[in-house]
Structure formats: C-alpha cells, structure tokens
Write a protein that binds this ligand. Structure first.
Ligand code: SF4
Ligand code: SF4
Length: 357
C-alpha cells in the first residue's frame, strides 16, 4: 500500500486509461470531534440537510457503491467521513470491500482506535490508516478539535494501529494555531516512527462557509516556516510546463456521503449522483468529469507560465473550495497557495545563491 515504483507505474497507467484506481468514499458526516477547520460543515452550528445533496447514503447504497467502484477498476478504497469509525457498520463495509479485492484504508482522527478495535479492523481487511494530528501538544491539538483528552487518545490510536499491523501515516494540518510547533510535530512523527504529510492549506468548507479559513497561514508564517522547520522541503516539486492538472477524474475519484460523485474528495464538483443511474455511467459519461479530463495547462489562466509554478503545491480541490473555480486562481495571489509558492521560490533562490557564493 506504500507508494513504491509499482504503485507509481499503476497510477500512471490508470491515469492514461481513466480507471478510478483510488476512490475515497465518505460513509457519513457524523464525528466525535468538532475541529475548527472541518471541511464538512461548521460543527459549531446546527447542520441543516443540504437541499442539493439530499440525505446521506443508506447502508445498502454504500454496499452497492463499493461493488460498483470495484467493477470499474478501483483497487484502493479509502473510507472517510466525518469519522469513519463513528459509522456503526464500518466493519461490514471493510470486510465487504476487502472481499472484492480492494486495499482498504481509513482516514481517521484516531481517537476511537482502541487496541481491540484496531486489531478487529485489521482482521477484517483494513491495511492502512491516515491519522490527522493538529499539534505536538495536548493543549494545541485539543483546542483545535475542541475536545479535552483527544490528543492522548489519538496518540494511543496511532500506537494501537501500528501494533495491530496497520500501515500508519500522520496527516499534520499546519495552521496559525500550531505553526510554532511544526518542529515538534516532525519530532513526534519520528518518535512514533511513522511517516507523515504536512498540509499547509486550509480550505473553505463544503457547506460554503469560510470560517475555517480564519486560521490559514499568512506570508510571515510561511516565511518563518520555510526558513526554519520546512527548509528541507524547499525545492521545485515539478518542472516549468509540467501538467498543472491533478489526477482528479482520471485515476482518482471521490464520493460524498450523499452519493455525489466528485473528481476527487477534496474537489466537491458534483458530476452526478450514484442514486441516479450508478457509478459506471457517471464515471464514463459525466460531462463534468470529461471536462476535467480534457483540461490543458492553458485552461489554468493564472498558473500557465507562472514563474512560481514549479514550487507551487496548488490543488484543484483547494482552488475550487477557496476561489470557486476548479481551474483557479483567476489572478495570482487570490489564494494562500500563491503566497506559499512565492515564498518557497524565494527561499530556493536564496539557497542557490548561497551555494553559488
Ligand atoms: S475529525 Fe475530521 S470529520 Fe471530525 S470534525 Fe475533525 S475534520 Fe471534521
Ligand atoms: S503560484 Fe498561484 S498562479 Fe502561480 S502556479 Fe501557483 S496557484 Fe497558480
């Protein structure tokens, strides 16, 4: 399940042939935490049923969708939410997906991964878990998820998952609430002996509210980070002119809790609903997915030719949520991604100048 050369080859092939190799499925929006930045909806406010998205999928619909994505070529299935462990039938979904031959991973906050639960889920077929962590201390993490004791439970969940034989990856979300703890967060991952991702982008919520952006990093925070703990990550991840489009809608697909099919779970651009004809027809025929697949660099007007593009961590999901445009930003600087790319670019040139001098 780790990203090795075989996975990269397979992903390339899937992209070329538009096979939904990696699917992320939201089982529901229920969660035992109330994170400040939660992309689902503002968990401080009562949730109203979405008039456009309808009700959450029934258990029978989820079983059917698992079969349908497998039939269309999915090999990697990630269950998310909400908190997937809050779903009363998670175990059965896992066992069912594993029986079809898919490799199952969970995207979890880790708090419910007791020793027994981690062992049981492993036995049923979960292979890996991504655990979200929002700081290196109880105070920072618990404030962010708005639950006392959550940090301790999350760390226990990470250890329990490893002991149960699961592949564990930490997902650190970096915000202005924890940017001073990034060094300690990296140390924490090393101490736990697990790989990690650092995500520096907060997004507006899928219910279109924007209070989640209140803790987004600003220029001075990016400068401090890329001159400090993130200096080892200062490099050009791609070459000028490389494709700007992500693998969205080619080898990657997301399905929301109400059955909407998206190019990626992070990019909630509805392409159809599995209740109205099934996954296969949407994946093959949806005009929205075809439009995404047809995008060329010239369709990303601000990014095409942008001098910071090689250093940019832009994704179409972040752009869609934050600017309203899948091919955004419309203008350089409309999103924090641009500020970050400019800072990384400056830091990389500073490093090169030092090495040359
Ligand atoms: S753990 Fe995930 S789903 Fe739950 S509140 Fe936090 S961000 Fe939202
Ligand atoms: S810095 Fe902004 S305009 Fe340039 S490639 Fe990144 S997102 Fe596009």
């Amino acid at each position: 399940m780790s990203i090795g050369p075989n996975f990269i080859r397979l992903a390339r092939l899937a992209e070329e042939r538009c096979v939904p190799l990696s699917v992320t499925l939201e089982l529901g929006l229920a969660c035992n935490l109330r994170c400040v930045h939660c992309y689902n909806f503002d968990r401080d406010l009562p949730r109203h049923p979405s008039p456009t998205r309808g009700a959450e999928m029934s258990d029978a619909e989820i079983f059917r969708v698992i079969d349908e994505v497998r039939a269309e070529g999915a090999l990697f299935l990630a269950f998310t939410g909400g908190e997937p462990l809050s779903h009363p039938r998670l175990d059965e979904f896992v066992a069912h997906a594993a029986r079809t031959g898919m490799l199952v991973r969970l995207k979890s906050n880790g708090t419910l991964l007791t020793r027994a639960r981690a062992r049981d889920l492993t036995r049923r077929g979960v292979r890996a878990v991504d655990v979200s962590v929002y700081g290196a201390s109880s105070r920072t993490h618990d404030d962010f998820v708005r639950q006392d004791g959550a940090f301790v439970k999350t760390l226990a969940g990470i250890r329990n998952s490893r002991q149960a034989g699961l592949e564990v990856r930490l997902s650190f979300i970096v915000s202005s609430a924890n940017s001073e703890e990034v060094t300690s967060m990296i140390v924490l991952a090393h101490r736990l002996d697990v790989p990690f991702n650092l995500d520096t982008h907060l997004t507006a919520r899928h219910d279109l509210s924007r209070s989640s952006l209140g803790l987004a990093l600003d220029r001075s925070a990016f400068e401090r980070l890329y001159r400090g703990p993130l200096a080892p990550f200062v490099r050009a991840p791609r070459a000028q002119g490389d494709p700007i489009a992500c693998p969205c809608a080619r080898s990657v697909c997301g399905i929301g809790s109400c059955g909407d099919v998206y190019p990626c779970i992070g990019a909630p651009l509805p392409a159809g609903n599995v209740r109205g004809g099934g996954f296969r027809a949407i994946w093959r025929e949806s005009p929205t997915l075809r439009w995404v697949r047809g995008l060329r660099n010239t369709d990303f007007s601000a990014c095409d030719g942008c001098s910071h593009a090689p250093y940019c961590h832009r994704t179409s999901g972040v752009m869609l949520n934050n600017t309203g445009e899948f091919t955004g930003p419309r203008n350089f600087g409309d999103d924090a991604c641009c500020v970050e790319a400019e800072v990384i670019h400056e830091a990389a040139e500073g490093t090169e100048a030092k090495l040359a001098g």
